[in-house]
Structure formats: C-alpha cells, structure tokens
Design a protein around this ligand. Sequence first.
Ligand SMILES: Nc1ncnc2c1ncn2[C@@H]1O[C@H](COP(=O)(O)OP(=O)(O)OP(=O)(O)O)[C@@H](O)[C@H]1O
Ligand SMILES: [Mg+2]
Length: 353
Amino acid sequence: MFGLGKGKQLIGLDIGTSAVKAIVLKEQYKNYQLQALGMEPLPPEVIVDGSIMDSGVVVEAIQKILSNQKIKLKNAALSVSGHSVIVKRITLPRMSQEELSDSIHWEAEQYIPFDIEDVNIDFHIFDSQTDASGGEMDVILVAVKKDKVNDYTNLVRQAGLNPVVVDVDGFALGNQYEINYSLEPDQDIALIDIGAGVMNINIMHGKDHMLYRDISIGGNQFTDAIQKELNVSFDQAEQLKLGETVEGINPDSVNEIINSVAEDISHEIQRSFDYYKATSSSNNIVRVVLTGGCSKVRGGGIAKFLSERLGIEVLVGNPFNNITYNEKKFDPVMIQEVAPLSAVAVGLALRRG
Ligand SMILES: Nc1ncnc2c1ncn2[C@@H]1O[C@H](COP(=O)(O)OP(=O)(O)OP(=O)(O)O)[C@@H](O)[C@H]1O
Ligand SMILES: [Mg+2]
C-alpha cells in the first residue's frame, strides 16, 4: 500500500465508476516513459458507489484495453476507493514494526467503523516519528473491507491478470504527484481527485499523508441534478454537463445547476479542511492540486470556482508532467484530453511488484 516498492513493471489499472483506465510506464534512470494507455467507458449502473454490479462488463472492458494496447504484462496494480476504505493517521505508544503487526487488529478496532474481522488492514509507521524522543509514534492505518478487495481482485483475475498490488486511490495520487512535481517538505498540499462517483481528498505534508477521505460526490451528481431538474435523459444530461447544447434547454439553467453542485463539492472540501485545521498541528494548506474528470467541468472553470470559495490556489494537476512519450504513438492532444482522468492510473503504474 505504501511507497513504490521494488520489482517488476505492473499495469496500472484504475477501475473507475465511469471508465476503466490502464497505463504502463517504463522506468529508465528515474525517468518514466509511457508505453501503453487505454480507456474504456463503463455504462452507468455497472459500478455504483464503488460496488461492482456487473463484473462481466468490467472484465470485457479490461480485456479490450489489453488487446487494443497490446499489453502483454500480466501483473497489475489496482486500487479501491469509497466508503469501504478507511485511512486514518493515529498516534500509538512506540513499538517496533513486528510488535505493531501482532497488535494492529486490536489497536485498530476503535478507529474502524466496521467489524474488524471484515477488513484487511495495512499500516505504515512514520520514520520521522520513530526516532523522536517521547513514547509515541504516528501511524497511518488503512482498512479496506475484505468483500471489496475480493470483488476487485476476482474481477481482475477473471480478465486474465494477477492483481499483485491493491492500493487506495488517494495514495496512487500521492505517488503520481511525487514524480511529476517537487514535494515541498514544509508545506501542506491537498491532492483532490473528483471522478464520477467519488472525490478523494489526500492532504500531504511533504511526503507524509496527513488526512485522507473519500466522499461520495462527483460527476454523476452534476448529471443526476441536470437530469432531474431539467427532465432530460442521462445521456442528454451528460451532454449538457459537457457544455453541449440540447434542443429546448437554456444553457443558463444548466449553469445554475452546475454551480449548485460545485457549491456542494466546495462545502465538502471546506469541511475536510476545517477538520484538518482543528486536529492537526500543521495547518497551512497552500494549494489544491485538482485531478479527475470533474476538473474539466465548465472547461476547467471549476478550478477557479473552488479557488474563490476555498480562498486558496487551485491548480489542475497533470499526471504526465514528467512522463515522456512517443508522439507518433500517442497524440499529444489526446494525452492532454485524458490527463486529468489518468492521475490514479499513473500512480498505480509507478508501483513495482
Ligand atoms: N469535459 C468535461 N466536463 C465535465 N465533466 C467531465 C468532462 N470530462 C469528463 N467529465 C466527467 O468526469 C467524470 C469521469 O471522471 P473520472 O474518469 O476521473 O472518474 P472515474 O475514475 O471513472 O470515477 P471514480 O473515480 O469516481 O470512480 C464523469 O462524471 C464525466 O462526466
Ligand atoms: Mg477515478
């Protein structure tokens, strides 16, 4: 779950609510080159709130990407997100890695709102804390419902791949950010990915994960609101959201609905920031780095909207910022187009296993 790991190249496989994305990166002397990139849309209702409703459709989408992109690798890194994922930074009495491995279930119980028998648990002890004086250490605890991990790994196996790494979306965002931008050791930045169903918030202080939240809000909320309020179909609502015109619909009324959902998103972010400020000693978030398909809402205008509401800088992150690619194989316009949707897949493709 933590860091990039050592070993062989993996397929970064992001099974998102609206599309499956697969990316393969080759590493040469700390430089990364894009070898494969594929995306297959998923119809609505195939993945709902992070649960796979129709695994056959997802398996087909994965296989389609593998064959179109001629991906021969078999080992994949995937990730999960949503309400079955809990990531918490906690303080525990100082102990060794082995001691914590033995007691983690017991320690974790009070922090996890699920039955401890139903979750897979992973943890990371912060190096900076273990050497410090005092009897405590900071630990990041990750708990994911076993059902969820099993559903996702089984599906990937059905597609003929070996799921060798199961990450969480927000950590993949962190790994991606680290190779594309320089981490500033004493600053807090908020990596926020807004997809179709889930918004991942990952506040980082340098390399440290400080606060992690997955909130069930995203592009589908815009579409649903447009569909309900203007009484149009899902497809028409999706078109209107993308700025296209639909006969008989006034664009101003669409804008109003988009604004009200963007307002809800901004409130959710503000709530997480307020919680962070109230509970953390380090509370100077200097910047939001926005990714996910919703960073394109209103032609990217959502970044400015959020910046005004939150009162801090909001940049749209480019997960290919430091990744080279052959322009004969990958059209730069296409890369620019899919970049905001590729952050998690890039983060996963950086993993080795
Ligand atoms: N130009 C655009 N304008 C508005 N919305 C857009 C645009 N392009 C994509 N989207 C929206 O972004 C969402 C897809 O983003 P993304 O691929 O990041 O989500 P996902 O990974 O499939 O979902 P999740 O991470 O929530 O499971 C969809 O709701 C889509 O309608
Ligand atoms: Mg996503």
